[in-house]
Design a protein around this ligand. Structure first.
Ligand SMILES: [Zn+2]
Length: 330
């Protein structure tokens, strides 16, 4: 084969391997494997639908209105770049292989393994407050250990429980970062992180999966929308937000959230999903916070955008206040 053909062939292979992230279920998820698979499939479908709507219907009134609510500052001057950033995230997510794959925990950061228990952690590591993950040989710092306890060992706490939690397996040069901090207090951690060949992980908290099992794992479909609309039309009481989120009231749209919307949220935290973050103070979840901060790099913003674009596909839209409306039939 001619040299330039060979190069093109190599490039084509390379771009294929960059595009696809694999996922798998750890044996700890056996009891829920069917449901998690359905959840991942629906999450990938939501990402695919969102990308397609943004590709084909970006100028439809309600698509534009909802995208602007979630992505654009008051002046509207960052609409295009934020819209494209969100669309790129959906492109990365829809590239994830649909069926579970076979790969080792030590393979590639673009891969993700779902876990459903805490058996892989050394919980008495050096007798300190930190856990150590034995499979990927990571120290889980105290703050993240608390998140895992809040997922698996929920006897200690009854509210604001962790639903799922994602770990990107970067190596962090803490000593180097601390030394740099001495010279410059504004030094960012990101400059001291390095890629590894471990997979990302998503811990699925048992209490959360059981909650949705009791509801029969509702999908983000017409039935779910009509159910939320019924709550809205009858003026059902919205649960108060507590803690740091108390300035962001719950909205009727928030009833739309499901097991799958959280799977999608977590997938945006993975390397394949672009390593998006939860904007903090408060952690920015749900409608009211996401339309306030308008950030395409906030995980819940992307999950919510996928949900409302699915609702648009089904003939509905959501306004600034998180109220749901049926689109007029023409
Ligand atoms: Zn998150």
């Amino acid at each position: 084969m001619k040299l330039h053909t060979r190069i093109l062939f190599a490039l084509a292979n390379c771009s294929l391997s960059i595009a696809a992230g694999l996922w798998s279920l750890d044996s700890s998820c056996e009891k829920w494997s069917d449901q998690i698979k359905v959840g991942v499939h629906e999450a990938l479908d939501l990402a695919t639908n969102a990308w397609q709507v943004m590709e084909d219907h970006a100028n439809e009134d309600q698509v534009k209105a909802m995208s602007k609510l979630l992505l654009t500052n008051r002046a509207g001057d960052n609409y295009e770049s934020n819209f494209n950033a969100a669309k790129a995230t959906f492109a990365n997510l829809k590239a994830i292989t649909r069926e579970p794959g076979n790969f080792a925990a030590r393979s590639d950061m673009r891969n993700t393994i779902f876990y459903c228990d805490d058996a892989r952690f050394d919980k008495a590591y050096l007798g300190g407050p930190d856990w150590r993950e034995t499979i990927r040989d990571f120290l889980v710092l105290e703050k993240n250990t608390a998140t895992l306890k809040n997922c698996y060992d929920i006897g200690q706490k009854k509210t604001d429980l962790t639903k799922m939690t994602t770990k990107v397996p970067k190596h962090f040069d803490e000593a180097g970062w601390r030394a740099a901090l001495q010279k410059d207090r504004t030094t960012k951690r990101a400059g001291f992180e390095a890629a590894t060949d471990y997979s990302c992980s998503i811990d699925v908290c048992p209490w959360f999966i059981e909650k949705f099992a009791a509801q029969g794992f509702p999908k983000i479909d017409k039935d779910r929308i009509e159910w939320a609309l019924e709550l809205q039309n009858t003026g059902a009481e919205l649960p108060p937000n507590t803690g740091a989120l108390k300035n962001y009231p719950k909205r009727y749209f928030d009833f739309m959230k499901t097991f799958t919307s959280t799977v999608l949220h977590e997938l945006t935290h993975t390397t394949q999903g672009g390593e998006l973050v939860d904007y903090s103070q408060p952690l920015c979840y749900d409608w009211d916070c996401c339309v306030s901060i308008k950030q395409p790099t906030n995980s819940d913003t992307i999950s919510i955008l996928a949900m409302v674009l699915k609702m648009w596909t089904l003939g509905y839209y959501v306004d600034r206040d998180g109220d749901i409306y049926k689109l007029a039939e023409s």
